[in-house]
Design a protein around this ligand. Structure first.
Ligand SMILES: [Zn+2]
Length: 339
């Protein structure tokens, strides 16, 4: 009987599950809307039903573990959520014990950003660049950060390491939901791009962005990206700000961590050609560690796009039940992402 794990990705909008095999990749999927109105108990019940459904479908195999990713802040090892902005009403909910009770078996839990980084390490860019350690930003609605050290998630003492998305880039910047001001997330997220686009429209000097807003009633980060790629100056200026903010934070991370690889994933990574030039410019100027290693020493610090796309969190969740250092016997990443 072959073994398989189930990976679960809980988001503020979608709840996704996969049955996974190291040899065959993703075997099966369940995609649901996250029932936020029903509260945490209703979502845990959806998870229970979906896991039983997948297990019944794959009864010829043995379910060996369940891993799950959730938006943070998540306290580990307790598994308690602390006021997660993307899961309103879940403050102080012990997700880990609720899952273990509902499923009557062990569940491995970590933050969605950590699991995306674990998948990139084991199946994606970590294999291309052949490294044991990396830092990864997952940039979407917000900015998640994660550290992989010697093949393992470095969660810190309370499971909260990697939160560089809430480091201040500009001390007097706008207020952030975390309580601080001028966080990276306020300049380098899809939410930030939308806000900066609205600000540009309000100045009256962004006619093409204003036209998009008039046509569709709102301006989204995808439209700003499309206009930027078409050469619109106002949209290019927004992504220049994204690159500047990322470069400032990355220079601190490179100086602090001296890791060989830093990845940028998540939906906004698609705008890489628009923000990367300014990001590298800032990094070159601000990080002497980056300059020394890349120019004087015969070595390299790489900043690159993540490779796995939207399934990275799910794949990381499926890998989580396996003890660190266990032989994962992973074939080429491309084969694993097949539907
Ligand atoms: Zn913040």
């Amino acid at each position: 009987m072959t073994n398989y794990p189930i990976g679960i990705d809980l988001g503020g909008t979608n709840l996704r599950l996969v049955a996974y095999s190291h040899a065959e990749g993703i075997l099966d999927r369940v995609d649901l809307r996250t029932n936020l109105e029903g509260g945490p108990e209703a979502v845990v019940e959806d998870i229970r039903r979906s896991v039983f459904k997948l297990d019944a479908t794959h009864s010829s195999r043995e379910l060996v573990g369940i891993g799950m990713g959730t938006p943070g802040p998540l306290e580990l090892p307790t598994g308690v959520l602390h006021g997660p902005p993307n899961l309103p009403g879940w403050d102080n909910f012990n997700l880990l014990s609720a899952l273990r009770n509902a499923l009557d078996r062990d569940v491995h839990l970590d933050s969605d950003a950590n699991l995306a980084a674990l998948a990139e390490f084991a199946l994606g860019a970590g294999t291309t660049h052949v490294t044991e350690s990396l830092f990864m930003f997952s940039i979407g609605t917000g900015v998640g950060g994660a550290i992989i050290l010697s093949g393992k998630i470095h969660g810190g003492a309370h499971g909260m390491a990697g939160e560089a998305g809430h480091g201040s880039v500009w001390a007097d910047g706008p207020l952030c939901t975390c309580g601080s001001r001028g966080c990276l997330e306020l300049y380098a997220s899809a939410t930030a791009v939308r806000r900066m686009a609205e600000e540009a429209i309000a100045t009256g000097r962004a006619p093409r962005l204003a036209a998009v807003k008039q046509r569709q009633g709102f301006v989204d980060s995808r439209s700003v990206c499309t206009l930027g790629l078409a050469g619109d100056p106002a949209s290019l200026a927004i992504f220049d700000k994204v690159g500047e903010a990322l470069g400032i934070t990355l220079s601190t991370l490179v100086n602090t961590l001296d890791l060989p690889l830093y990845l940028i994933g998540g939906g906004l990574a698609q705008a890489w050609p628009l923000f990367a030039p300014r990001m590298f410019e800032e990094l070159e100027m601000r990080s002497y560690v980056y300059r020394l290693v890349n120019r004087r020493l015969k070595n390299k610090i790489t900043i690159a796009r993540a490779g796995l796309g939207t399934d990275s969190g799910l794949l990381g969740a499926a890998l989580l039940p396996y003890p660190a250092g266990s032989p994962l016997q992973i074939p080429a990443a491309a084969a694993l992402i097949a539907d």
